[in-house]
Design a protein around this ligand. Structure first.
Ligand SMILES: *Cc1c(COP(=O)(O)O)cnc(C)c1O
Length: 381
């Protein structure tokens, strides 16, 4: 089935010449400010982290943001602040990075798998209410590829059952839902600044809290339960710790990189969006290809561009031969042995997981590249 038209570039033996699915963006301009921070005599959590948080508050139009060392840490912090403890249940999606669900396990809590909406790859609100028990504490939401989940329906369910809502917005820096930044209107929103996300601090994350009290407590739990700004008798030694916390803080080196990245991120996101819009136009009506559904009033930052194809594994192989890296990106989490005891029937995810694949959409994909990708798909597999 793999007939390669003449105008398609020849098969490539070396993956280094293929169009990658991810790429690290690191501007040369970071070196100057990085040098200043590294040589300043202060590289821990200090003024650069404060500055980075200030910039993100403005950007996200959210008053309570905490910079942390990863989104994984941030999710764990959000779960703890949500009161999720040993034996509690969190309704969640299996279609995500393991970070989302392993942080539930880290709290001693149980992930309760909800099925997904096959048209968006996001958690399907229709299935949530039937899963709620006396032990349910929270609903975890992931915006797949950056496309905002059905937040109004999820908030409605959460309000009715007194549950917390945590948005894992790791794919969605820059995504908006009815004009508001995703991750800023639930109890908690968590962003990732890991290497291949829209913007990176090498490793890093952000916790957005709706309530000031959660934010203040989170600030303590981010660093051993110690108030770093409190007056002390001995400046090196904390006074009383009333609740233990983790070592989850961001350092000034990471924040320096983040501050520089913020100068470029709008351009990065715009490139992702332009490429996604191109695919949405040009992959319409191609036999064997189904695009995901997009509604008005939701704008995806398009970290991924996902399509559904028949014979998906053949598709990946053939595209690789044509110099295009494609992938499922995240293995469904419910298949792992570590969570075998939580297995449930998820028929819509079964279908979606057998057909879904992500194609390169990021800032590094040129106009020529994306045309090649569309031509390669049209050529069949
Ligand atoms: C990348 C990612 C994370 C983890 O982010 P880290 O900053 O690496 O901890 C969590 N959830 C999703 C959906 C991700 O894609």
């Amino acid at each position: 089935m793999s007939i390669i038209p003449a105008k398609i570039r020849p098969p490539v033996a070396n993956d280094l010449t293929a169009i990658p699915l991810f790429k690290v963006f690191m501007p040369e301009s970071v070196m100057e400010s990085l040098r200043l921070t590294l040589m300043s005599g202060y590289i821990g959590q200090g003024p650069r982290v404060d500055e980075f948080e200030g910039a993100l508050c403005g950007r996200l139009e959210a008053p309570n943001v905490l910079a942390v060392n990863s989104a994984t840490s941030g999710l764990q912090l959000a779960l703890r602040l949500s009161g999720v403890d040993t034996g509690d249940e969190v309704i969640t999606t299996p279609l995500t990075c393991t970070a989302t669900n392993w942080s539930i396990l880290a709290q001693g809590a149980f992930p309760i798998w909800a099925d997904v909406d096959e048209n968006t790859a996001n958690i399907d609100p229709d299935g949530i209410e039937a899963l709620i028990t006396d032990r349910t504490k929270a609903i975890m939401v992931v915006h797949w590829g950056g496309y905002p989940a059905d937040m109004d329906r999820i908030w409605h369910i959460a309000r009715r059952h007194n549950l917390k809502v945590i948005e894992d917005a790791a794919h969605a820096f820059g995504s908006t839902y009815y004009g508001h930044h995703v991750g800023t209107r639930s109890d908690f929103g968590v962003f990732s600044f890991q290497a291949i996300k829209h913007m990176t601090t090498v490793d890093g994350g952000l916790v957005v809290s709706r309530n000031q009290s959660d934010h203040s407590r989170g600030k303590l739990l981010r660093w051993y339960g110690i108030d770093r700004s409190a007056d002390r008798v001995d400046p090196r030694c904390e006074e009383d710790v009333t609740e233990w916390g983790w070592k989850f803080h961001m350092n000034d080196v990471a924040a320096t990189i983040g501050l520089e990245q913020l100068k470029y991120v709008d351009g990065i996101i715009a490139r992702h969006r332009q490429n996604a819009a191109f695919y949405h136009r040009h992959l319409k009506g191609i036999a064997g290809v189904t695009r995901l559904h997009h509604e008005p009033n939701r704008s995806s930052a398009s970290w991924l561009y996902t399509i559904k194809v028949g014979m998906r594994d053949d598709f990946i192989e053939v595209m690789k031969k044509r110099g295009v890296m494609t992938s499922k990106v995240h293995e469904r989490n419910d298949r792992h042995s570590v969570v075998a005891r939580f297995k449930r029937s998820l028929p819509r995810l079964d279908r979606l997981a057998s057909e879904m694949v992500c194609i390169p959409v990021g800032w590094w994909v040129t106009e020529e590249d994306r045309q090649h990708i569309v031509d390669s798909i049209k050529a069949g597999w």
